[in-house]
Ligand binder design. Structure first.
Ligand SMILES: [Zn+2]
Length: 221
């Protein structure tokens, strides 16, 4: 299968992809060891991300790709006007601690495009008090409409994607620069996606990447 593409990143001439089951790891990919935190690793020499604990990665090297892996969490790919690119991995823990905002800020200057990849949908993502507490602490009254649908016994169904969109807005990225790849829930589509919720700890991981262009951005000086 070919990775899913985001139209706005494609329009900018940025090589990228949201990986599906069985997709190979792209060439010259740098990715950190993910720990559900908020650290951003900046790649300044080849191979320097190996073993580094971080959940976002930004690339200073032309022609080099940065990426994250997921199984239900939200992958986010970012492109800055400077040509800098970044990838972030956002589950509820990292998201509520600020990893998306941290990734956006690691792009120096304006972010031209932010793409939110396939992730577990609210249909399959029932959460309990520790998650709801973290969401309330991070968003309070600014919780996006529809992000939470009440469930039973103090549980709720959570739409992580809308929280990521709210985090991008918090980082100063306007809605026009944000897109959500149209894809069903990762847990609902076993043909295309790995899912931790569905398959448990033995689940595989999807690989997502964005490559910093060799020259400038398409159509820009
Ligand atoms: Zn689902």
């Amino acid at each position: 299968m070919s990775p899913l593409l985001d139209p706005s990143l494609s329009e900018l001439g940025i090589e990228h992809g949201f990986g599906l089951r069985g997709d190979p790891e792209p060439a010259r990919l740098e990715r950190p060891r993910q720990v559900h935190g908020i650290a951003v690793h900046r790649v300044v020499s080849r191979g320097d991300a190996a073993g580094v604990e971080a959940d976002a990665i930004v690339c200073d090297l032309a022609g080099v790709a940065v990426g994250v892996v997921t199984a239900d969490c939200v992958p986010v790919l970012l492109v800055g006007e400077s040509g800098l690119v970044a990838a972030a991995h956002a589950g509820w823990r990292g998201l509520c601690a600020g990893v998306v905002e941290a990734a956006a800020k690691a792009i120096r200057g304006p972010v031209l495009a932010a793409a939110i990849g396939p992730h577990v949908g609210a249909c399959c993502y029932e959460v309990d008090a520790p998650v709801l507490d973290a969401v309330a602490a991070r968003f309070g009254r600014e919780l996006p409409a529809g992000a939470l649908r009440p469930g039973q016994d103090g549980h709720a169904w959570l739409d992580l994607g809308s929280l990521v969109a709210a985090e991008l807005e918090r980082a100063g990225i306007g809605p026009a620069a944000v897109s959500r790849v149209v894809a069903p829930c990762t847990a609902c589509d076993p043909e295309r996606f790995h899912s931790y919720r569905r398959d448990g700890p033995r689940s595989g991981r999807l690989i997502h990447f964005v490559r910093r262009p060799e020259g400038g951005l398409a159509g820009r000086a």
